[in-house]
Ligand binder design. Structure first.
Ligand code: NAP
Length: 284
């Protein structure tokens, strides 16, 4: 029950009505008996600056940031953690004594999701498709552990820029355009394929960013798209005997890391996962 003492967190974005984060976090607060509430906040791009000032004025404990504000919010924050600054995107804000600090929990959330699925990226060749916000977050975490990292993107210049930013940060990475030829060339000896594009996301469920015939059984195929739970890419992966990893683990883990930043408590990840699965499978 919300009371006068309830601590407020939330998520800002647009659109926001399909976000699973309110269910996931509120289920966790309830489970642990924490007097917190997590609310969805639709914020237009032109209102972002005022929204951030409002969050401070309302003494929110913090908030998540989603499309389209992950990059533009940086300039309105008091502090941005160094990796989030290199990534160039923030998905979590924490109010520390009236000062707003930005973090990015997507990359670590993805790394934890792979490890939870029994996949160790250490020393592996990784191919990441996409060079948007999620790709930047993931590659900045994976580049430090894998042996080889290639990024392919529809807009080639963005893949090249991301690879160059990774190199400036001391990592090794290669960027190129996303075509059947580059996919074919790279996939032959890839260990882990990660889709960070929105291709295959509801309502476009009958699309895959990689044709089935280019996949092979020795691959781990990690699709960070979590709605639908089994994307067409993951269906192809299962058909060829590759190991599929869905996007729910990343969603839960990035949320769990944010949860701990706001509450100081270890997040009940199983409770959060169940809330997400219930929602995705229409069990609520
Ligand atoms: P973003 O910054 O807008 O990036 C979108 C990426 O998808 C870009 O690389 C874009 O390529 C590519 N793309 C879009 N349509 C394409 C198409 N038709 N063919 C080929 N490439 C296409 O978005 P984001 O924040 O990185 O999010 C990407 C996806 O990840 C979304 O589906 C989001 O829901 C999901 N996500 C999941 C989690 C999780 O916790 N599981 C967390 C964050 C994001 P161009 O550069 O050429 O436009």
């Amino acid at each position: 029950m919300v009371s006068g003492a309830t601590i407020v967190v939330g998520v800002i974005g647009n659109p926001i009505e399909h976000s699973l984060s309110p269910r996931m976090h509120n289920a966790a607060f309830e489970y642990l008996g924490l007097d917190y509430v997590y609310i969805p906040l639709r914020v237009l791009e032109k209102d972002l600056k005022n929204a951030v000032r409002g969050a401070k004025a309302f003494n929110f404990r913090g908030f998540n940031v989603t499309i389209p504000h992950k990059v533009s919010i940086l300039r309105f924050l008091d502090k941005v953690e160094s990796t989030a600054r290199k990534i160039g995107a923030v998905n979590t804000v924490v109010n520390e004594d009236g000062k707003l600090s930005g973090y990015n929990t997507d990359g670590l959330g993805a790394l934890e999701a792979l490890r939870e699925a029994g996949v160790d990226p250490e020393g592996k060749k990784i191919l990441v498709i996409g060079a948007g916000g999620a790709s930047r977050a993931i590659t900045f975490y994976l580049a430090g552990v894998c042996s080889e990292l290639t990024i392919l993107n529809r807009t080639r210049s963005k893949a090249v820029k991301l690879a160059s930013d990774l190199k400036s940060a001391g990592f090794k990475a290669y960027g190129d355009g996303l075509t059947v030829e580059t996919l074919e060339r790279e996939l032959v000896d890839t260990d882990i394929l990660i889709n960070t594009t929105s291709v295959g996301m509801r309502p476009d469920v009958n699309r895959s960013p990689v044709p089935e015939e280019l996949l092979h059984k020795d691959l781990v195929v990690f699709d960070i798209v979590y709605n639908p739970l089994e994307t067409m890419l993951l269906r192809y992966a299962r058909k060829v005997g590759a190991k599929p990893v869905d996007g729910v683990g990343m969603l839960v883990n990035q949320g769990a890391i944010s949860f701990k930043m706001w509450t100081g408590c270890e997040a009940p990840r199983d409770v959060m996962r169940k809330a997400v699965m219930d929602s995705l499978l229409g069990r609520d």
